[in-house]
Structure formats: structure tokens, C-alpha cells
Design a protein around this ligand. Structure first.
Ligand code: HEC
Ligand code: HEC
Ligand code: HEC
Ligand code: HEC
Ligand code: HEC
Length: 253
């Protein structure tokens, strides 16, 4: 009995199999590439040139985030402080100025120090959105979104780490339900703020001023509702007319 298929078809079948295999690998590689960062980045905590402790400076000492991250309200990019900011307190004769932990600071700024180099402190950057995605800090911070929503309780971190995934679905989760995030503007850098800290009468008076409605009416319409983040956030969203974009072009320009 003759073979109906010529010999090369066997080879073809093998080729198809190999191709399919390669394609499978590709698909897996692609999925790996696009999905894993969401998980692996959370917790990222690289070694820094100086073991800087947020829980001491921003927590115990109560320093405001903006003392060091000065551009966070005014620019798309939030900066890390220059060595000069540390020097204000840790310069010669001041706080712990001889601490071995502050060696890179003395090398950067103390011209009388034998190992002086003048090199800036090279902090390792933790949070970074890819170049093809657009992110602006000031827009968020000026629309009632606190640092804590995106960076966690930095004021309790001895070493700051990547707290949230910063993945696309994470951005969109909030853009779809911003009422989960909005808080009064003067509490943006107060990472310990809770809805209970807000005095209802003051809040309704504020809303009345913003919306032109009567504070009593607003209060009455909330009767029986729980005083929580959703309630406060929904009011603020309306009063400020907040509508985070969900279209691709907003973040991929
Ligand atoms: C005394 C100065 C100072 C204060 C105050 C301060 N920071 Fe920082 N922050 C730094 C320095 C220095 C770094 C870089 C070193 C590091 O990552 O620990 C940094 C890093 C960070 C990072 C990680 C940056 C990256 O590389 O992605 C975040 C997020 C951050 N700070 C948030 C905050 C928040 C929120 C507050 C307020 C609660 C705050 N910081 C207060 C000095 C400060
Ligand atoms: C407003 C003043 C102030 C500023 C600004 C400041 N610090 Fe501090 N820092 C302190 C105080 C106070 C302590 C606690 C000292 C102690 O334990 O007695 C401290 C402690 C430290 C320590 C621990 C030192 C040791 O040997 O235990 C390090 C490291 C440090 N700071 C780094 C920095 C860096 C880096 C910056 C700049 C990003 C900075 N600090 C900015 C006030 C400041
Ligand atoms: C809506 C989410 C969001 C909020 C709110 C937010 N951040 Fe960020 N932060 C990010 C993202 C995303 C990045 C990475 C940005 C990039 O690649 O430019 C980042 C990066 C940073 C960095 C690193 C900058 C660098 O170049 O190393 C610092 C510092 C920082 N944020 C501080 C703050 C502080 C302080 C606040 C509050 C005043 C704050 N952020 C509020 C999302 C947020
Ligand atoms: C916790 C809530 C929250 C998270 C998380 C968040 N956003 Fe937003 N975003 C907002 C709010 C609120 C606005 C303001 C909308 C308005 O002004 O109506 C906004 C506005 C924007 C805008 C439009 C303003 C502009 O700059 O053009 C862009 C773009 C944007 N966000 C990108 C991002 C990206 C990228 C991420 C993730 C890395 C992100 N956002 C994460 C709440 C959030
Ligand atoms: C609110 C901002 C925002 C919007 C709106 C948005 N993206 Fe993204 N997108 C991002 C961010 C941030 C990343 C980077 C995620 C990361 O680093 O893991 C991303 C990543 C991607 C990627 C790379 C694969 C991945 O998942 O990491 C693709 C593809 C993409 N976006 C397509 C789209 C399309 C298509 C739309 C419209 C339906 C869209 N994006 C809308 C913020 C946004």
C-alpha cells in the first residue's frame, strides 16, 4: 500500500509542532513579562547608601513628607531630597554628625572631611512606572489622594518598601471608585488620618460652601448612613467634580 502523503508532510507536522511549541513559550513569556511585576515588585526594598529611617523622621519626629519630598504637590515627579536637606540637621556639631551611618553624607558635603568627594548620595529608586505610562503626582495629591493610598504607611517603615503593585489594574481600580480614596486636602500627608477624625458638622458646612446646598439638607440625606470613607469620599467626589480617566490615551500618550 502506497503512502498517500509524501514524505515531506511528516516533516511538516514536526515543524508545525515545533512552531506551536515555540508559540506556547512565547505566550508564556509574554504573560510572565506582563503579569509578574505586579507581584514581584511589592515588598521591593533595596539596600540604600544610608539606612534612612522614615519611621524615625516622619513618624517619631513628625516631619511632614513635603519637608523632603518638596516637589510632590507641584510637579509630575516627586523628588528625593538632596544631601543639603539632611545636612540642615546632621551637619558638623549637630545631630549625630559623627555617626558612621552618615559617612556618605560627610563625603558629599563636608569639605573639611579627609574623604570628601562632593558626590551626591545615590539613593536607589524603588517606584518607577514604565516610560510608556504617564503618571503625575501633583494631579493626585491636589485632588485629595493621600500618599498612604499608593505607598502605604511610610511613617511606620524603618526601611521604605514597595507597598502597592502600581500595575495598570491597580491604577484603574481606583479610577473606577475614587470615593474609596478621597479625603480632605489638609490631610494628604497625614498617613494616620481616619474618617472618624473628621467632625461631621464642619464637614457639612464645608460641603455647603462648595456646592451651594444647605448643610442641614445634606446632613438629613445622610441620616442612618454609616460615617465612613465611602460616604465622605462620595461627597468630596461630587463637590470637587472628580472624574479620573479610564481611556487608554489618558495614561498612554
Ligand atoms: C527627612 C527627609 C524625609 C522625610 C520627612 C520623608 N522622606 Fe521619604 N524619602 C527620603 C529619602 C532620603 C528617601 C530615599 C531613601 C529611601 O528610599 O529610604 C525617601 C524615599 C521615599 C519613598 C521611596 C522613593 C522611591 O525610590 O521610590 C517614598 C514612597 C517616600 N519616601 C515617601 C514618604 C512619605 C509618604 C513621607 C511622609 C510620611 C516621607 N517620605 C517623608 C526622605 C524623607
Ligand atoms: C529636622 C532634623 C532632621 C533632618 C532634616 C534629618 N534628620 Fe536624620 N535624624 C534626626 C534626629 C533627631 C535623629 C535621631 C538622633 C538620635 O537618635 O539621637 C536622626 C537620626 C538619623 C540617623 C541615625 C543615626 C544613628 O547613628 O543612629 C540617620 C542615618 C539619619 N538620621 C539620616 C538622615 C538623612 C539621610 C537625612 C536626609 C534625607 C536626615 N537624616 C534628615 C533629625 C533629622
Ligand atoms: C495615586 C498614587 C500616588 C500617590 C497619591 C502618591 N504617589 Fe508617590 N509614586 C507613585 C508612583 C506611581 C510612583 C512612580 C512614579 C514614576 O515613575 O515617576 C511614585 C514615586 C514616588 C517617589 C519616588 C521618586 C523618585 O524619583 O525616586 C517618591 C519620593 C514619592 N512617590 C513620594 C510620595 C509622597 C510623599 C506622596 C504624598 C504627598 C506620594 N508619593 C503620593 C504613586 C503615588
Ligand atoms: C487611589 C486612587 C488613585 C490611584 C491609585 C491612581 N489614580 Fe490617577 N487619578 C486619581 C484621581 C482622584 C484623579 C483626578 C481626577 C480628576 O481630576 O477629576 C486622577 C487622575 C489621573 C490622570 C489624569 C490627570 C492627568 O495627569 O492628566 C492620570 C493620567 C492618572 N490619574 C494616571 C494614573 C496612573 C498611571 C496610576 C497608576 C500608576 C494612577 N493614576 C493611580 C486617583 C487615582
Ligand atoms: C489609569 C491609567 C491607565 C489607563 C487608563 C490605561 N493604562 Fe495601560 N498601563 C498603565 C500602567 C501604569 C501600566 C504599567 C503597568 C506595570 O508597570 O505593571 C500599563 C501597562 C499597559 C500594557 C502593558 C502590559 C501590562 O498589563 O503591564 C498594555 C498593553 C496597556 N497598558 C494597554 C492599555 C489599554 C489598551 C488601555 C485602554 C483600554 C489602557 N492600557 C489604559 C496605566 C493605564
Amino acid at each position: 500500500m502506497g503512502n498517500i502523503f509524501p514524505r515531506w508532510t511528516n516533516l511538516l507536522a514536526v515543524k508545525i509542532l515545533i512552531c506551536l511549541g515555540a508559540l506556547g513559550t512565547c505566550v508564556i513569556a509574554l504573560a510572565w513579562y506582563s503579569w509578574t511585576p505586579k507581584y514581584t515588585r511589592v515588598g521591593y526594598m533595596p539596600q540604600q547608601p544610608i539606612p534612612f529611617d522614615h519611621s524615625l523622621h516622619a513618624g517619631q519626629l513628625g516631619m511632614d513628607c513635603r519637608y523632603c519630598h518638596t516637589f510632590v504637590e507641584n510637579s509630575p515627579h516627586s523628588n528625593v531630597p538632596s544631601a543639603q536637606v539632611c545636612w540642615n540637621c546632621h551637619g558638623p556639631g549637630k545631630v549625630k554628625s559623627d555617626s558612621p551611618k552618615l559617612e556618605p553624607l560627610r563625603q558629599a558635603l563636608d569639605e573639611n572631611y579627609e574623604k570628601y568627594t562632593g558626590d551626591p548620595i545615590r539613593w536607589v529608586q524603588l517606584h518607577k512606572t514604565p516610560d510608556y505610562a504617564y503618571f503625575d503626582h501633583s494631579v493626585h495629591v491636589n485632588r485629595g489622594v493621600s500618599c498612604v493610598k499608593c505607598h502605604g504607611k511610610v511613617n511606620e517603615m524603618p526601611v521604605v518598601y514597595h507597598h502597592e503593585s502600581l500595575s495598570m489594574s491597580w491604577c484603574l481600580d481606583c479610577h473606577r471608585n475614587p470615593e474609596q480614596a478621597l479625603r480632605p486636602m489638609d490631610q494628604i500627608t497625614n498617613l494616620d488620618w481616619e474618617p472618624e477624625d473628621l467632625e461631621p458638622d464642619e464637614f457639612y458646612a464645608y460641603l455647603a460652601g462648595k456646592t451651594g446646598k444647605s448643610a442641614d439638607d445634606l446632613k438629613k440625606s445622610d441620616e442612618g448612613k454609616e460615617w465612613n470613607q465611602e460616604l465622605i469620599g462620595a461627597h468630596l467626589q461630587q463637590a470637587w467634580n472628580v472624574h479620573p480617566p479610564q481611556d487608554c490615551a489618558a495614561c498612554h500618550r
